[in-house]
Design a protein around this ligand. Structure first.
Ligand code: BDR
Ligand code: CA
Length: 320
């Protein structure tokens, strides 16, 4: 059983990743930190509450994340990609978490303290909350966790919010750099691989018709909204990249990606290069001490990813 603490900003690909993890028989979700990013923090909390409610789950703590980045900048949201409420055309019912407790960040500390080296942190949104945890509780406390899996960055390939930067790192590059410098046993899933984690309309239609999941009615509307947005951004694209889904699929099936070990830095404020992820890919990179090295997923076994995802979504059973 893999114990996980998830930090996310749902958002369509975050939501599909959360559904996957809740349906996966090997995962035990101990807490969900909902934060600003694709939508506001408040909306992220409501979306998590809605997804838990649809699955009949009442005992996974929802933890309120931060409302903005460590840079102090104003936050842009992305309704054109994720929808006004973050779930494409779907509007979660108002007050979906009425009567449910929403915890503050101390709950995350409690979970880390209790589960320590059995716990994987999965970060699918901006890095602000994870950086805050490092600031609040210190690297020694935080690095007792087993590992950290995170979506972010673009190495020697185009970005998605600027020509060179990926959205999670760009939105809070100070947090991203802080985490990558302080955290140990980090695996990064950059656009290099997540851009290839495509679902197509045919696959989603098949899942909608055949899944036993209580989420099945959401698959088509949220995917169609997201895919239409991607079709405008990348003319001719055959499917939509479900970035965050690759992270959780690879955590259960590490063999679906190939990783390289490098020290990763993020440019905190360059006028043109803000949020760029940098690693030394020269044939003979500079030597770095072992604890500063991160694993970067650089290749994906797409058929294996697809087989895994289809299997879990068809199965549909909620395990928590
Ligand atoms: C990342 O940014 C968000 O829009 C997605 O949810 C994903 O985590 C991709 O750059
Ligand atoms: Ca995300």
């Amino acid at each position: 059983m893999r114990k996980v603490l998830i930090l996310l900003d749902p958002g369509i690909d975050d939501s599909l990743a959360l559904m996957y993890i809740l349906m996966h028989p090997e995962y035990k979700v101990l807490g969900i930190v909902a934060s600003y990013g694709n939508v506001t923090k408040q909306q992220a909390i409501e979306n998590v509450a809605y997804l838990l409610d649809l699955a009949g789950i009442k005992d996974i703590p929802i933890i309120a994340g931060v409302t903005g980045p460590l840079t102090g900048e104003l936050v842009p949201y992305y309704p054109e990609i994720h929808g006004e409420e973050g779930l494409g055309p779907i509007k979660p019912p108002p007050n979906v978490y009425a009567g449910q407790e929403v915890f503050d960040v101390d709950k995350a500390r409690e979970i880390i303290e209790k589960h320590g080296n059995e716990l994987t942190i999965v970060n699918l949104g901006r890095l602000s909350d994870l950086a805050m945890l490092y600031i609040l509780y210190g690297p020694e406390f935080m690095n007792q966790v087993k590992e950290i899996y995170l979506m972010g960055g673009a190495f020697l390939v185009p970005g998605n919010v600027t020509p060179v930067a990926e959205a999670n790192f760009f939105a809070d590059p100070i947090a991203a750099d802080l985490v990558l410098e302080k955290a140990e046993r980090v695996t990064i899933f950059p656009l290099n691989v997540t851009n290839k984690a495509l679902l197509t309309p045919e696959i989603v239609e098949y899942l909608t018709e055949n899944s036993k999941s209580s989420y099945a009615f959401l698959f088509e509307p949220i995917f169609d909204y997201y895919f239409n947005a991607y079709r405008k951004l990348i003319p001719g694209i055959q499917g939509a990249p479900i970035h965050d889904l690759l992270v959780v699929s690879a955590l259960a099936n590490p063999e679906i990606v190939k990783t390289l070990r490098r020290r990763v830095r993020v440019d905190p404020k360059g006028e043109i290069t803000k949020g760029v992820s940098i690693a030394d890919f020269r044939p003979l990179p500079n030597e770095e001490s072992a604890e500063t090295l991160d694993s970067i997923a650089m290749e994906i076994d797409y058929p294996a990813f697809l087989e895994d995802v289809v299997g879990i979504f068809l199965r549909g059973q909620i395990e928590q």
